[in-house]
Design a protein. Structure first.
Length: 68
């Protein structure tokens, strides 16, 4: 259910907001990978979660571009 709520929030955003969200998620993923490489990351499952969120954002951007 938490995922559906997140996707609905993404669908309500404009393309510009989605692109900003995508950049933010990619920065977060970079930071998580950096922390993991230096053995500072406690919750490694967060990496997979962020990767899936990036895929969700990219999917919605693609859907919006096809509708336009």
């Amino acid at each position: 259910m938490k995922t559906n709520k997140y996707v609905n929030e993404l669908r309500a955003k404009s393309n510009q907001e989605l692109k900003e969200e995508l950049v933010s998620a990619k920065k977060e993923l970079f930071n998580l990978r950096f922390q993991n490489a230096t053995s500072q990351l406690d919750n490694t499952s967060r990496i997979a979660e962020v990767r899936k969120n990036i895929a969700r954002i990219q999917t919605i951007i693609t859907e919006n571009s096809k509708l336009s």
